[in-house]
Design a protein around this ligand. Structure first.
Ligand SMILES: Nc1ncnc2c1ncn2[C@@H]1O[C@H](COP(=O)(O)OP(=O)(O)OP(=O)(O)O)[C@@H](O)[C@H]1O
Ligand SMILES: [Mg+2]
Length: 353
């Protein structure tokens, strides 16, 4: 069942279309991310769902309730939307203890004290902060403060959680760890999450599905593996993961099988549903290139970079500079002359319209 439904949403600031023709939905129990470069309109969409911005066009449903309709003049105020929110600066109150910070939304609602204490225990337990209830935010780490903000969002038992770059103030190690904690929390509570990030690794790692945005519009919606292996266009291919792009030419095609020539005569048979013919751009992931002594195509290792779990190379081949990644066990030196083999490639239009 859909928990958030956004239909043809637009938000304009003067002549700037921060969001345009945005349509997607988030299912029950789903972790759904909006991903895209800075300024592409992610926060604008989230703020419209939260009721912090009024859309210029479109409709938004949360559960069964239509919270926005520009056509029918509906704009339900934030406080009446069944949402919990956490932003980048988690905005915990420094003069209140963890207990008081988290209890605050229920105090506002003037619920009986005993009920507040019961719900508070539950919320602190969910985020693993039971033992820190009496501390002040200044006595907590960034990750713990972030969990206070989450507990405060959860205590209202919202139908959906809206999170805008909640991990970006944390250091790299903690951010990585919190990814799992957040996903685990989502699985335990079953609350659907609409998550905003410009960090593609984060979006791929946490989401059930994600929408990639560019310049106010959604360019692709899909599961992480689908977006990574079958990017809808060159923008997505470039934005998600690492990708080499080299000019090429499609020599022949039979249905979804095409033979492409690139890098001065290198030929490769690829599965390709683009229907393109003639000049194209050949896109190859670094892990889809390997070093092979038998390969006719030669390259020179220019830079070798050790990344622990893999080795990252910059190589020069026929004038092109390519990124190649190999398992950590396969070590070559800068200056080595090697053969290159390609296992998989994607084709895009040479001059996208
Ligand atoms: N209140 C505003 N007035 C005018 N323009 C705005 C306003 N809020 C946002 N914008 C513009 O709308 C566009 C989208 O902004 P938005 O904050 O949604 O981007 P974002 O994808 O969240 O970016 P980031 O990753 O940097 O947070 C930007 O060009 C921004 O300058
Ligand atoms: Mg933003």
């Amino acid at each position: 069942m859909e928990k958030i439904r956004i239909i043809n949403l637009a938000k304009r600031y003067g002549k700037v279309a921060a969001a345009d023709a945005v349509t997607f939905s988030v299912d029950d129990k789903e972790f759904f991310s909006l991903l895209g470069p800075s300024g592409c309109g992610k926060s604008t969409v989230l703020r419209c769902v939260a009721g912090l911005e009024e859309p210029s066009e479109g409709e938004i449903y949360i559960g069964e309730t239509r919270v926005n309709s520009t056509a029918d003049g509906i704009n339900v105020p934030t406080e009446f939307r069944p949402i919990g929110m956490v932003f980048q600066n988690y905005a915990v109150w420094p003069h209140m203890t963890v207990h008081d910070n988290v209890a605050y939304p229920l105090k506002l609602k003037k619920l009986p004290n005993q009920l507040i204490e019961t719900k508070l225990k539950e919320a602190l337990h969910t985020v693993g902060l039971e033992r820190l209830a009496d501390r002040y935010p200044s006595q907590l780490s960034g990750g713990e403060q972030q969990r206070v903000a989450l507990a405060r969002a959860l205590i209202k038992e919202p139908e959906v959680l809206l999170l805008d770059e909640p991990l970006s103030n944390l250091d790299a190690k903690l951010r990585e760890q919190m990814r799992f904690e957040l996903k685990d929390l989502q699985r335990r509570t079953g609350i659907p999450i609409l998550y905003v990030t410009h960090d593609q690794t984060e979006a791929l790692a946490m989401s059930d599905r994600l929408a990639v945005m560019n310049a106010g519009r959604i360019v692709q919606v899909g599961a992480p593996a689908e977006i990574y292996t079958r990017p809808a266009n060159r923008f997505v291919a470039d934005f998600i993961g690492l990708m080499n792009f080299v000019p090429g030419r499609i020599l022949s095609r039979s249905g979804d099988e095409a033979t492409v020539e690139f890098l001065y005569g290198r030929r490769l048979d690829v599965i390709d549903r683009s229907g393109l013919n003639g000049a194209c751009v050949v896109a190859v992931r670094p892990e889809d290139i390997s070093f092979s002594s038998a390969a006719a195509m030669r390259c020179r290792v220019e830079v070798c970079s050790y990344s622990g779990h893999l080795i990252d190379y910059m190589v020069r081949a026929d004038g092109a500079v390519l990124r190649v990644q190999t398992p950590k066990t396969e070590i070559h030196k800068e200056g080595d002359e090697l053969g290159l083999a390609f296992t998989r490639a994607l084709l895009f239009a040479a001059n996208p319209s």
